[in-house]
Design a binder for this molecule. Sequence first.
Ligand code: PMT
Length: 478
Amino acid sequence: MANHVDLTAIMTALGGRQAMQDVLGVGASAISNYIARGSVPTHVRSKLYNALTARGYQVRLDDLSILCGPDAATSQIKKPMVLLIIGGGIAAYKALETARRMQQLGLDVTGVLTKSAAQFITPLSVAALTNQKCYDDLFSLTDEAEMGHIRLARSADLVLVMPATANLMARAACGLADDLATTILLATTTPILMAPAMNPAMWAHPATIANQAILRQRGIHMIGPTEGDTACGEIGSGRMSEPADIAATAFELAVKRPQSLAGKTAIVTAGPTVEPIDSVRFIANHSSGKQGYAIAVALAARGASVTLISGPVALPAPPQLQLVSVQTARDMQAAAHAALPADIAICAAAVADWRVAEASHAKLKKPDHRTDTQMQLSLVENPDILAALGQSDQRPTLLVGFAAETEDVLENATAKRHRKQCDWIVANQVGAADDPVFGSDQNHIMLISETAVENWPRMLKTELADKLADRIAMEFGT
Ligand code: PMT
């Protein structure tokens, strides 16, 4: 089988879709086909290989994966900058090796030490290795004059936190800003990557699990921890990922153009709708909103102006987007209509197809068991928000629906794409006992367009959202 080729990364390295078309001498549809297949013919492979190596990248020949960025001396491009926040844990020393590896990949690195990290490594060693001033004190007047913490936070292409200790993760999840590291995490608008490292019991503690979920939901990327021996001598999950892996992930995130959807407007629907039966009961479903929220966060992180229309969920409001909270399908439709015009609409909400014809304003009484053992509810169909967007005079340029199917996923989802007149359908198989998708952190989808069906591997909903947002950016040629 041909090796999978990551055409998104190659396109970014070459400078965008048009640059890739120019290199290959093909049109946009050929590029879309290559991306859909995840592979390229041999003659295309060698053209891409030559173009990348001519630009100073080190590339593996078999799958064209980029091992190393262009040499600073030969590159005309400003190198992406990683702000490396080093937390106070025994794994802090690995930050130095990670910094060196990131530099080898063509990234600039600026270090920030927390107070407790300075117990493990010195600012001098970080500054000497990175060739940059190492910041370590929020209230240093000199630093504030030279580069305020807000500017420092915004100047990076990626903020990398390693080791992300339980304490640092908890403070970030709470939104504290009581030192330079947490202030940067609150002030930054660039992607954040955390590499957790801690004792296995601390990693498995419900408080850390909850903090991690909050951070992920806000779009923060995580790498690790892995299983193995930890510094405290206990074996389990809590060991920080290896510097080479952290550096490679940082490279991937930092070289992405985070503002690839700047200037675009997007509507995302998420979560369930609830349809009242009476003043205390309702019809709803198990949607948690995780998938829709992750997509909204991923689009906003790439610079899109996002309106997230959400049914009732237990998720925190993500930053940097407009959240419209609704209850019923009719509320959701009104909010979607009000958010038009938009370049992009993604309907990830699990909208109730029916509502009770006449919801009672008072609590319905139980039937009298002596005379009547059945309770009848009369249902009427709800408006179809996705289909209405598809037919609207202000139809978004890219309209993406979801299809939650329990069987015949491809056939049913393809029919749904036609019926609802959307450009893409994201089909997921739901309801399996071992993987209901509803409520879980992972998803496994097929992306169906007019010309192709892509089978994406199982991944975190946040990863899926990132991948989808990158595909959308490519669709707009940015
Ligand atoms: O929220 P999570 O727990 O993270 O779970 C994610 C998810 C399973 C809810 C999500 O991945 C998903 O599949 N969302 C769509 C669920 C759904 O209602 O699918 P459907 O096949 O019934 O609807 C097809 C499409 O039409 C969807 O885009 C839906 O938003 C839209 N629709 C449906 C009915 C309606 N009245 N209006 C709509 O807009």
